[in-house]
Ligand binder design. Structure first.
Ligand code: P1T
Length: 388
């Protein structure tokens, strides 16, 4: 695999080969776990590109290169979690700067924005970014960044990345897209004009629910240099074993994603006609408000479904307590299907009035479709509903 050039290969091939040539010492095809903190130098300054593992580690570097290729980015950085990745992006800002954000982000994101970075003098405004004019209306003289999720967590709202990128370029703002829910297989924000992509690799990228991690990808050298500086300075790095697991997981991203999207689509159609369901939220359904935009900007419609069960909290609790196969758990994107209650679990840190305004009601249930057999998943949900 000498001189492998990711720009000459397709997504599925890069997921397996980019950044990870066979080990020159042994020929090992699986990229080694360099479980080391430091690197012996031949003389002062006489090193082989690695001095200390907070600064750079070969296993982490291999994953960073691989993920950069998958997002069509020049540069990649990997972190200890998705939140550490988002926090690293915030190092591009300083006191007095303002950020316009999606109003339906993963609950931990507004938590760190409002309760940590606001204390450092950064201001945040939350709008429904699926309306580009609402972003424009929220821009102030001190606005420096627009931070969006699409699809959002958990309402799956879609923002048209190309339209927002046109606005942010005109206004000279940094456009950051948290691409966790789509994964680069479904959607490549940098190709659509975004400046930076953030991932919780914990989800689809690793895909096996056995590692927590994050990544930041960009082709902007200036932003990358600052973020790389801060990755080393602040130190929230991904460890080599997690980098190895994530590199192994991402090899099958395309296959897993196709199956997960297929299962999600079938489950959404099944739920849509279920008598105990009030409403199904899935970008692949014709009834979904931004279905056409999702169709244009995503390869498939994703593995996440949200639905509102009739009877509110009482019904939701009964359903969640009695649904086999699906794990009752936070997180998403793994091979195993999960089911959870956003208001009491992933979005409990969001104030109730904000949850209510965003539609995160007590009857809202979120499903992450895994790769199990569809008939088994449908039967499991049937069992859950029979207890309601
Ligand atoms: O958990 P961590 O790896 O730190 O990633 C945070 C994060 C960032 N962005 C999005 C869109 C996310 O969904 C998450 C984490 N989300 C969950 C744990 C969840 O169950 O929704």
């Amino acid at each position: 695999m000498k001189d492998y050039d990711p720009t000459k290969h397709q997504f599925e091939t890069n997921a397996i080969h980019a950044g990870q040539p066979p080990d020159p010492a042994t020929g090992a095809i699986a990229f080694p776990i360099y479980q080391t903190s430091t690197y012996v130098q031949e003389g002062i300054g006489g090193h082989k590109g690695f001095e200390y593992s907070r600064t750079a580690n070969p296993t982490r570097c291999a994953l960073e290169e691989c993920l950069a290729s998958l997002e069509g980015a020049k540069y990649g950085l990997c972190f200890a979690s998705g939140m550490a990745a988002t926090s690293n992006v915030m190092t591009l800002l300083k006191a007095g700067d303002h950020v316009v954000c999606s109003d339906d982000l993963y609950g931990g994101t507004p938590r760190v924005f409002n309760r940590v970075y606001a204390d450092y003098g950064i201001e945040f405004t939350y709008v429904d970014t699926s309306f580009t004019d609402r972003i424009e209306a929220a821009i102030k003289p001190n606005t420096k960044m627009v931070f969006i999720e699409t699809p959002t967590n958990p309402m799956l709202k879609i923002t048209e990345i190309r339209a927002v990128a046109t606005l942010t370029k005109r206004k000279n703002l940094i456009l950051v897209v948290d691409n966790t829910f789509a994964s680069p297989f479904l959607q490549r924000p940098l190709d659509l004009g975004a400046d930076i992509v953030v991932h919780s690799t914990t989800k689809y990228i690793n895909g096996h629910a056995d590692s927590v991690g994050g990544a930041v990808l960009t082709s902007n050298e200036k932003y990358h240099e600052r973020m790389k500086y801060c990755q080393n300075a602040a130190g929230g790095i991904m460890g080599p074993f997690d980098a190895f697991l994530t590199m192994r997981g991402v090899k099958t991203l395309a296959l897993r994603m196709e199956r997960q999207c297929d299962n999600a689509m079938n489950l959404a159609v099944y739920l849509e006609t279920h008598p105990k369901v009030e409403k199904v939220i899935y970008p692949g359904l014709e009834s979904f408000p931004q279905h056409k935009i999702a169709e244009r900007q995503m390869r498939l419609f994703g593995g996440m479904i949200s639905f509102v069960i009739k009877g509110g909290l009482d019904s939701a609790k009964k359903m969640l307590a009695n649904t086999p196969v699906f794990g009752l758990a936070e997180s998403l994107g793994g091979v195993e299907s999960l089911i959870q209650h956003p208001a009491l679990m992933t979005h409990a840190s969001v104030p109730k009035e904000v949850r209510d305004a965003n539609g995160i009601s007590d009857g809202l249930i979120r499903v992450s479709a895994g790769i199990e057999a569809y008939e088994d998943l449908k039967r499991a949900l049937d069992t859950g509903f029979s207890h309601v």
